[in-house]
Write a protein that binds this ligand. Structure first.
Ligand code: ADP
Ligand code: CDP
Length: 246
């Protein structure tokens, strides 16, 4: 497998063609942005943490029946994926009120949302990713009603699998954004699932363990990404936990 020309350079990742027309390489760069690209930095090793956490989540989801684009990691920053025709939707699932939902609606920060709330934005930076509803998604022909149903069901399944997984590590999955694409007719989870695209709170302390540390200058971003990546990917062994209890 050979890396070929650059297909697309986004805000945090670059996508390359390969010698296989059905495969792409996603390179997770060290760039970080917030507020519609208004705040930008380059943080050493950030790409590595996000790539590895994404790979970990994609493998876990695949094992539990969610179809994803993930094939394998090529090195610390580069992931081999199935080429998808991306659907320009940002599918956000919220378990607790935080971020834009608190700014735009009368929710108290941290209040639980039961059942989880799905919000779908139109992925278009020039329009500042406006929120859509089902009728707009159909009218804009971004997805068919059947595809939309599958996308929402997959988003809720991802939410339930990842919420349970993270809770075991003492982390609350507050909200996250995922993107889907099509491989032929099949709907497939693409892009990334990482500290850049999720809101994670420490169950005990409520401390932010995600990009909010960068957005709001809450502390050392890379120290947080390093700690949370280790916590997510190297779960405590049951035996060890037992010994610690004694
Ligand atoms: P943005 O476009 O939001 O600035 P990134 O820097 O994350 O985002 O760039 C990665 C781009 O690659 C995104 O536009 C994403 O939709 C696209 N992408 C992710 N996974 C795939 C895939 N499997 N096939 C094709 N495109 C993909
Ligand atoms: O608070 P903010 O305006 O950043 O966004 P939000 O609408 O509250 O975001 C909800 C969740 O989706 C957060 O976990 C964001 O990190 C994530 N998100 C993302 O990854 N990319 C976007 N373009 C928008 C939201």
């Amino acid at each position: 497998m050979k890396q070929k020309g650059l297909l697309y350079a986004g805000k945090a990742k670059s996508v390359y063609r390969t010698d296989n027309a059905k495969h792409l390489i996603v390179e997770f760069r060290d760039d970080i942005t917030a507020f519609d690209g208004g705040k930008k930095d380059t943080l050493k090793n950030k790409g590595n943490y996000n790539a590895n956490v994404s790979a970990f989540f994609f493998s876990y989801l695949e094992k539990h029946g969610v179809r994803t684009h993930f094939i394998r990691m090529l090195d610390e920053n580069r992931m081999l994926v199935k080429k998808l025709t991306m659907i320009p939707l940002e599918v956000i699932v919220r378990n607790f009120a935080a971020g834009s939902i608190v700014r735009n609606y009368p929710f108290r920060e941290g209040s639980p949302l039961r059942p989880p709330v799905i919000v779908i934005d139109y992925k278009d930076d020039s329009r500042h990713d406006p929120m859509l509803n089902d009728d707009l998604i159909i009218a804009l022909k971004l997805a068919t009603p059947e595809e939309l149903k599958k996308i929402k069901a997959a988003a809720l399944k991802v939410n339930s699998l990842l919420s349970t997984l993270l809770k075991k590590q003492g982390i609350t999955l507050v909200d996250f954004k995922i993107e889907f694409g099509k491989a032929g007719k099949a709907i497939c989870l693409g892009d990334e699932i990482s500290m850049d695209s999720m809101r994670l709170w420490d169950v005990k302390t409520g401390e932010s363990l995600d990009k909010d540390v960068y957005r709001f200058d809450k502390g050392d971003v890379m120290a947080t990404y390093h700690r949370v990546a280790r916590r997510i990917m190297a779960p405590k062994k049951k035996g060890k936990a037992k010994r610690e209890k004694k």
